[in-house]
Design a protein around this ligand. Structure first.
Ligand SMILES: Cc1cc2nc3c(=O)[nH]c(=O)nc-3n(C[C@H](O)[C@H](O)[C@H](O)COP(=O)(O)O)c2cc1C
Length: 199
């Protein structure tokens, strides 16, 4: 026995009045509902270059007025700690992001970029010239169980940053944020003039 038209209409009406499906004003963004896709690392961006298949993946999850936050996206070579995570420090990466962001926008979605530095959650092999990962401390991270691996992740002993080195990392974040905007792109929670002031 199927549902009657009235029952279906009632159910639809009920669903539409569920708080999670009601609009939400987030700063200057008018979200049409409150289901947000959180950042989820995928490790499918070969050599840190976002791939065309990501356009399919993200657009499948996009909705008109819905917010998606990208998988964590590394700001520099030294910011890496996991294989094949996307980056946003080079021109090639910015160009690779463009069709992905366009695909989300084509569905009316709102797309933010999560910019990321892993700090000491890294190993020599991910670091330029096999250097020590940088951190606020020289204390090594204990091995951690990973959701996507049988073996716990192991980390190399980090090097504690000197105070005068911190602005370089801040600059890398600044460039990554600018690149994200150039990629289209990811809209920012700040008003444009404010963001420009900030950067
Ligand atoms: C496969 C996977 C990858 C994730 N990657 C990220 C990530 O890149 N950045 C981040 O901030 N959180 C990441 N998370 C955490 C999710 O954003 C988090 O699970 C989600 O916000 C829901 O919160 P909850 O797990 O506390 O319920 C990841 C979670 C999963 C399951």
């Amino acid at each position: 026995m199927g549902h009657s038209v009235e029952t279906v209409q009632q159910e639809v009406q009920q669903a539409l009045t569920m708080p999670v499906l009601t609009p939400y004003k987030m700063g200057r963004f008018n979200l049409s509902h409150r289901m947000v896709m959180p950042p989820m690392t995928r490790q499918r961006s070969w050599n840190n270059i976002p791939q065309p298949h990501a356009a399919v993946y993200y657009s499948q999850r996009a909705s008109k007025g819905g917010l998606i936050i990208s998988e964590a996206t590394v700001i520099s070579e030294a910011a890496r700690g996991y294989k094949d995570t996307p980056g946003i420090w080079s021109k090639e990466q910015v160009e690779a992001w463009k069709p992905i962001v366009d695909a989300v926008h084509a569905k009316g979605g709102i797309f933010f970029c999560q910019i990321w530095h892993v700090g000491r959650a890294s190993t020599y092999e991910y670091q330029p010239n096999g250097q020590a990962p940088i951190s606020s401390t020289s204390n090594e991270l204990k091995p951690q169980l990973q959701a996507n691996a049988d073996e716990p992740a192991k980390f190399s002993p980090p090097r504690r940053l000197a105070t005068d080195e911190i602005p370089q990392v801040v600059d890398q974040y600044r460039l990554a944020a600018r690149n994200a905007m150039e990629a289209g792109k990811f809209l920012s929670p700040f008003k444009h003039h404010k963001l420009t002031d900030l950067l």
